[in-house]
Design a binder for this molecule. Sequence first.
Ligand code: PSU
Ligand code: MN
Length: 311
Amino acid sequence: MTNFHISLGSEVADALRDGRPVVALESTIVSHGLPRPDNLRVAREIEQAVRDAGAVPATIGMVAGELRVGLDDTQLTRLATVDGVSKLSVRDLAPAAATGADGATTVAATSAVAAAAGIGVFATGGLGGVHREAAQTFDESADLVTLARTPIAVVCAGVKSILDVGATLERLETLGVGVVGYRTRRFPGFYRTDAGFDLDWSVESPEQVADVLAARAAHGVHHGGLVVANPLPADEQLDPALHDRTLAEGLAALARQGVTGKAVTPFLLSHFHSATEGASLAVNVRIILRNADLAARIAVAVAAARRTRTP
Ligand code: PSU
Ligand code: MN
């Protein structure tokens, strides 16, 4: 990854050079996870949430074959509004670059590119993971194996509730990806506050996440990611009955229409947004904005701790 050609936005380049806090943001949620026209407005709000908490946003994506860390507003607008933006996981970066494609990076690709650019904190909505029926389909997001080898803290509301959450937690354990709850010992379920699984570790503050990251480095752990699971408050979650009903319908429609592969996640998210008449969209936006805020505060704490160690 490190020799992949990356072009840094000027604000991001300045911040990285000066050791100021930077938060990576993905573009797949913008191009494929949120409906137009809300997606562009939300993409800008996510960046603003990072700024409001004192860090520089670096939204990552590919524009005409150029891999950008820190899209400018014209580039962000392009990825949010033009047709034919590819969904890029790590393996897609090279063919997309070589063919001059426009592409939005997933959690996997964003993590890999951010880490290669020297960014240590990333905010998203929900991770990809093991799909239901994966025992037959083998459908497991590349987000998981990528996090096994990529040193980055990912702030998310757990994994998407459309997945097999228990199996995903097992795979994160096998792959050596750290998971800590933010002020909770229960793993969040994206649209839902609680996915029904216990966690071994919780952290209480952005500073404590920075301590965990410093302890990893001190103990020679340089490869894997750290998932910081940040649940929605219970009174902001999607109504659980509506959630379960919508998911059941979505999974049935998926099977009926024969949707497979990388189209599965966008299909189900878009089903949620239309079937709940925007309720899931509002929740999804809240999730991302809260994660962007927490990620920025973590990046601020990490930068402050680094300054204390190397005055
Ligand atoms: N979380 C969201 N919306 C999204 C995604 C995650 O709230 O659109 C995207 C992320 O980019 C994640 C991808 O990496 O879905 C996973 O897709 P797949 O299951 O095909 O790996
Ligand atoms: Mn998949």
